[in-house]
Design a protein around this ligand. Structure first.
Ligand code: PEP
Length: 278
């Protein structure tokens, strides 16, 4: 019997990294939350630094914007100085958490083995994990991209039950494109994302169809429409360009527009009812 294709809602997430104080977070959201009606149909995440999470949750409470942290520890509590746990985030009203960002892997020695514990811990606490994976430039040059992605997917998601796999959002972020101004081409992104989806589908066909896989790496208002045009790219994780409310809104509009059906699309990147990708 053929498996029915679940629809996928586009996701656009703002990774602020170590930017914005509590006051700056409130100021951003006061501007951003006005006029997001055109973003109907796109799941939006704001991911501020830990101290700004309560202010972001408070500001977003009456909107459809979700709030995610940028990291967490796999254990619920313990002697882990400087760390934060999933239940602590849930208590604040946080909805998700970025895990495995390449900056954490490169600068804070985060390993796939750590992520194998963190991803199920996030799901167990009802947090949406936004799991970042991707190859370095030297790995791409050595034709290792697929091997790296396959290793990251199989290890990072090893402890997630098949029936919960589709609750994870995967961000394909080629390391060479992050913060460099050098984005992947839509073809490179679509090729890697198709490979990731095929790996997941080999494990569980339904999850392979349903899981959202987004692209991250130097997405800007000027390239978002083109980068998000392949139907297989379900949205974007945005770093630098998410710090200005106008820029982030433009990127989210591009996602809304590219996820709308042709009949719904405004074709201008400036509106149009957004739907689900299927
Ligand atoms: C990121 O940090 O996840 C990211 C994609 O950054 P940038 O958009 O600045 O490349």
């Amino acid at each position: 019997m053929p498996v029915q294709m679940p629809a996928r809602t586009a996701v656009v997430a703002a990774n602020w990294k170590m930017h914005k104080t509590v006051g700056e977070t409130a100021a951003f959201l006061d501007r951003f939350l006005g006029g997001i009606e055109q973003l109907e149909g796109v799941e939006l995440f704001i991911c501020p630094p830990f101290p700004s999470l309560p202010a972001a949750v408070e500001r977003c409470r009456r909107s459809r914007v979700l709030v995610a942290a940028q990291n967490m520890h796999a254990e619920p509590q313990g002697a882990f100085t400087g760390e934060v746990s999933a239940p602590m985030l849930t208590e604040l009203g946080v909805d998700g958490v970025i895990l495995g960002h390449s900056e954490r892997r490169a600068m804070f020695a985060e390993r796939d083995e750590d992520l194998a514990h963190k991803v199920p811990a996030a799901l167990g606490a009802a947090l949406t994990p936004i799991l970042c994976i991707g190859e370095t430039e030297s790995e791409r040059d050595a034709d290792q991209t697929q091997a790296v992605l396959a290793r990251q997917i199989s290890t990072d998601l090893a402890e997630v039950a098949d029936e919960r796999l589709s609750e994870v959002v995967i961000a394909y972020e080629p390391v060479w494109a992050i913060g460099t101004g050098r984005n992947a081409t839509p073809e490179q992104a679509a090729e890697a994302i198709a490979f990731i989806r095929s790996q997941l589908a080999a494990r569980d066909e339904r999850a392979g169809e349903a899981i959202r896989i987004i692209y991250g790496g130097s997405v800007k208002p000027g390239n978002a429409a083109e980068l998000l045009s392949p139907e297989t790219i379900d949205g974007a994780l945005v770093g630098g360009a998410s710090l200005q409310p106008g820029d982030f809104k433009e990127i989210a509009l591009a996602a809304a527009d590219s996820s709308a059906s042709p009949a719904e699309s405004s074709g201008s990147g400036a509106g149009g009812a957004a739907g689900s990708r299927s």
